[in-house]
Design a protein around this ligand. Structure first.
Ligand SMILES: *Cc1c(COP(=O)(O)O)cnc(C)c1O
Length: 461
C-alpha cells in the first residue's frame, strides 16, 4: 500500500489553506459586525461581465483574488436583505448569534437527514420545533422538520395530506376522485397554487370577507361543492401582501368536522403568535394537521429555513420516506429521521442557527422583538393617515403596512422606488391590490426605526 505522494492541496492543512480559511472567516466576521450594512443594488449583466468575468480558470485565481472579487464586485451587487431600509417582499433580519452560528453549521459538515448521522443536531432542531408547536397550541407528539422554505413546506404538507386522503379512501373502500382538490382563499400565497401544479391537483378558492379573511362558512360551501375530492383546506396565518390572518378557528372547525386535512400557512405571520396579546387572532392553530412558519422571515434566522410541523408525524413518514437498498439501514429503524418528513433527502441542519440564537437569548427577547415590529407598523400607519396625500389601503394587523400616494400611477411609484434604491436610501418596491398599484412597508428588522420610515414618507411629498 502506498499513500499519495502529496496530500491534496485543497484539503490538506497547509499554509495556503490556513490563509484561505482565515481570510474567509475574517471577511465573514467583518460583514457580520458591520455597523452600517450597505443597502447595495443590482448591477446589469453587462457590468458584471465587465467587472467579474474570468474567475473560473484551469489554475485557479487564488483565494485572495476570489475574496476581493466577492467583496468589491459581487457582494455590492446584491441587495442586503437585512438592511433596516429593506422593506419589500418579506425582509430578513438574522440575529448576530444566528448568522454567526450559520458559519459553524457550514464548518461542521453535519448531515441533518438522519438520526444515525446527525443525532445531536436533530435533537437541537427538535427542541426548537417542539417549542414552536407548543406555542402554537399543537398537542404533544407533534413534530416536524426544517425545510428550505415555505414553498417546500407547503408542498410537503400537502403531499402528506393527499397521501393520507388516498389511504383513507382506500380503507373506506371509496374510489379516489378523478381530480383531487385543495381549498384556500384567493389571498393565499402563490406557493399553494405552485404546489397544486406540481402535484397535478386543482385549487378551489373560497370567498373572503370584506377584510380579506377566510371564514368557515365560505369553506363549507366549497366543501359542499367538491365533496370527497377535497384533500386539504389551507388557512393563512398572515398573508404576505397585507398580513391578514384568516378565521383559523372557524376554518379549522369546518375542516375537522368534514374530516379534511387542515393546513395553516403561517410562513410570515405565525411568528406573531409568540406575542401574548396577538394570540386571540390566531385561535385555532392548535387544530391544524400541519403548520409552517419561516424562521428566515420573522424569527430572525438566516436564509433558508421553514419550520414544518405535523400533528401526526407518522403520516408524513408514510408519504415521504424514500426507500432504497442503500437506505435500508436507516429506514429499518424507529429513529427520528428528518429527511423522511418532507420532499428532500440530503439536508443541511438548517434549524441550528435558530436553535443557537434562541438558546442564547431566550424566548422573551424573541417575543419583544416581534412585538416591536407590530407596534412600529401601527405607529407608521397612524402617521400615514395623518399625512396629506397618503392613505392606508387597509389597517395593519401584523407588521405590513399598505398605503397609497394619491394621484400616482404605477410608473410614478416605480420611478420613485428606483430613485430610493439608487440613492441607497431604502428598498421599497410597489405592490398592487385589486388592480391598484400601492406601496408597502414590510417591517421585520428591529433596526428599522420610525424616523427611517418617516424619512421615506417625506420623499413622497
Ligand atoms: C413567504 C411565504 C411563503 C413562501 O415561503 P418561501 O420561504 O419564500 O418559500 C408561503 N406562504 C406565505 C404566507 C409566505 O409569506
Amino acid at each position: 500500500m502506498t499513500s499519495p505522494a502529496a496530500p491534496d492541496p485543497m484539503h490538506a492543512i497547509s499554509a495556503d489553506t490556513r490563509h484561505t480559511v482565515e481570510d474567509v472567516l475574517e471577511y465573514a466576521r467583518r460583514r457580520a459586525l458591520y455597523e452600517d450594512v450597505p443597502l447595495d443594488k443590482p448591477m446589469t449583466p453587462r457590468d458584471l461581465e465587465r467587472l467579474a468575468s474570468g474567475s473560473i480558470t484551469p489554475e485557479g485565481i487564488g483565494s485572495r483574488r476570489a475574496i476581493a472579487l466577492f467583496e468589491n464586485v459581487l457582494a455590492p451587487s446584491c441587495v442586503s436583505t437585512d438592511h433596516p431600509g429593506y422593506l419589500s417582499f418579506i425582509p430578513s433580519a438574522p440575529t448576530k448569534a444566528s448568522l454567526a452560528f450559520d458559519v459553524v453549521v457550514s464548518a461542521s459538515a453535519i448531515y441533518g437527514g438522519s438520526w444515525m448521522e446527525g443525532s445531536g443536531a436533530v435533537y437541537a432542531e427538535n427542541e426548537v420545533l417542539h417549542w414552536l408547536a407548543s406555542e402554537f397550541g399543537m398537542p404533544q407528539g407533534s413534530g416536524g422538520v426544517f425545510v428550505q422554505g415555505g414553498t417546500i413546506g407547503n408542498l410537503s404538507a400537502l403531499v402528506t395530506a393527499r397521501d393520507a386522503a388516498r389511504r383513507r379512501a382506500a380503507d373506506e373502500g371509496r374510489a379516489a376522485p378523478s381530480r383531487w382538490v385543495v381549498v384556500c382563499s384567493a389571498e393565499a400565497h402563490s406557493s399553494i397554487a405552485s404546489a397544486a401544479a406540481v402535484m397535478d391537483v386543482d385549487v378551489a378558492t373560497a370567498e373572503v370577507d370584506a377584510d380579506g379573511r377566510l371564514h368557515g362558512d365560505a369553506v363549507a360551501r366549497v366543501l359542499d361543492e367538491h365533496g370527497d375530492a377535497v384533500f386539504a383546506v389551507v388557512a393563512t396565518g398572515g398573508t404576505t401582501n397585507f398580513g391578514i390572518v384568516d378565521d383559523i378557528a372557524g376554518v379549522g372547525a369546518v375542516a375537522r368536522e368534514r374530516g379534511v386535512w387542515f393546513h395553516v400557512d403561517g410562513a410570515y405571520g405565525l411568528a406573531a403568535m409568540l406575542v401574548e396579546r396577538m394570540r386571540p387572532a390566531f385561535a385555532g392553530v392548535g387544530l391544524a394537521d400541519s403548520v409552517i412558519v419561516d424562521p428566515h422571515k420573522w424569527l430572525f434566522a438566516p436564509f433558508d429555513a421553514c419550520a414544518l410541523i405535523y400533528r401526526e408525524p407518522a403520516l408524513a413518514l408514510s408519504a415521504h420516506t424514500q426507500k432504497a437498498e442503500y437506505l435500508d439501514t436507516l429506514t429499518g429503524k424507529p429513529d427520528w429521521n428528518p429527511s423522511d418528513l418532507a420532499i428532500q433527502l440530503t439536508r443541511r441542519a438548517r434549524g441550528l442557527p435558530m436553535w443557537f440564537s434562541l438558546a442564547t437569548h431566550g424566548t422573551e427577547q424573541y417575543r419583544a422583538t416581534i412585538e416591536y415590529g407590530i407596534e412600529l407598523a401601527r405607529r407608521i400607519a397612524d402617521e400615514i393617515e395623518a399625512r396629506d396625500g397618503l392613505s392606508l389601503v387597509r389597517d395593519p394587523q401584523l407588521s405590513v403596512v399598505v398605503f397609497r400616494r394619491e394621484g400616482w400611477t404605477l410608473a410614478d411609484y416605480e420611478a420613485w422606488s428606483d430613485r430610493l434604491l439608487e440613492e441607497q436610501h431604502a428598498f421599497v418596491v410597489p405592490s398592487s391590490h385589486a388592480g391598484e398599484p400601492v406601496l408597502r412597508f414590510a417591517i421585520i428588522s428591529p433596526l428599522t426605526t420610525f424616523e427611517l420610515l418617516t424619512g421615506i414618507l417625506d420623499t413622497l411629498a
